[in-house]
Ligand binder design. Structure first.
Ligand SMILES: [Mg+2]
Length: 256
């Protein structure tokens, strides 16, 4: 029995792209590109959150990537059993979330309310108690590949999961492309006869300067990024529902 309701989940991942050596008799014979999950954050529209870091990751190898080391890896808590957790309560809590992929796989299904199908056995899911999941990301394509690889191939995605994520960046760009607003209005300059339709970049800059456009905090923490994705989704919905894409208004009210 399929749950006809749907539930929105906002995901973000941090990942390590690198060339993995292919060995034959202990000798590296080739190198192939791959993506490893570092961490995953999921925020459900009902307020629940999920966070895990990949314990199976080759952390030492990943730290050779300078950008990753400085922006992502050095900000992660130590693995609990190696070092006593310390620091903020949040860091302490997160230090317990270094989990093997197998556990992350099951926990993500559980987080989405997946119930094993009694007819097919323990690994077949067709019912999601919270509603059939819909996933959203921001610049979502890479996140989606990393997310799918938690489960294996595309065909190994839990039954009932969609085979794509919705991209908030794409949603925002599409809305903005169709949105009609003049340069004078976005720059709040004096109206002139030479006023013209604002370009896409001008509209985007204006939108990002609106007081209720969500601010990104603690960027590259997968859970904070996922939470920002949820806020951006709410912003897009409120912004365009309110204006019905027709009324030109620079007076965006903050939702209190
Ligand atoms: Mg991120």
């Amino acid at each position: 029995m399929k749950n006809q309701e749907t539930k929105n989940y906002f995901i973000d991942t941090e990942f390590h792209e690198h060339k993995k050596p292919v060995k034959f008799l202990g000798i590296t014979i080739a190198q192939v590109w791959t993506i490893d999950l570092i961490s995953i954050g999921i925020v459900c529209e009902d307020g629940r959150t999920y966070y895990a870091m990949n314990r199976d990751l080759n952390l030492k190898h990943a730290k050779k990537n300078k950008w990753l080391k400085e922006n992502v890896l050095d900000k992660l808590p130590a693995k609990q059993e190696l070092y006593p957790p310390y620091g903020s309560p949040r860091l302490l809590q997160e230090s317990m979330r270094w989990l093997p992929m197998e556990q992350i796989r099951q926990e993500v299904i559980d987080f989405c309310g997946g119930k094993p199908d009694s007819d097919e056995g323990g690994s077949f899911y067709s019912y999601y108690a919270n509603g059939t999941p819909i996933f959203y990301g921001y610049y979502a394509d890479y996140d989606w590949v990393v997310f799918c690889w938690i489960f294996g191939t595309m065909m190994q995605l839990p039954n009932g999961f969609p085979m794509f994520a919705k991209d908030l960046k794409q949603m925002l760009d599409d809305k903005l492309t169709d949105f009609q607003i003049s340069l004078g209005e976005v720059t709040k300059g004096e109206p002139t006869e030479k006023d013209r339709e604002a370009t896409f970049d001008e509209k985007l800059k204006w939108l990002k300067s609106q007081p209720n456009y969500p601010t990104q905090k603690n960027e590259h923490n997968a859970l904070d990024d996922a939470n920002w994705n949820f806020k951006l989704f709410q912003f897009i919905k409120e912004r365009w529902q309110k204006n019905n894409n027709k009324t030109v208004s620079t007076n965006v009210q903050s939702e209190q």
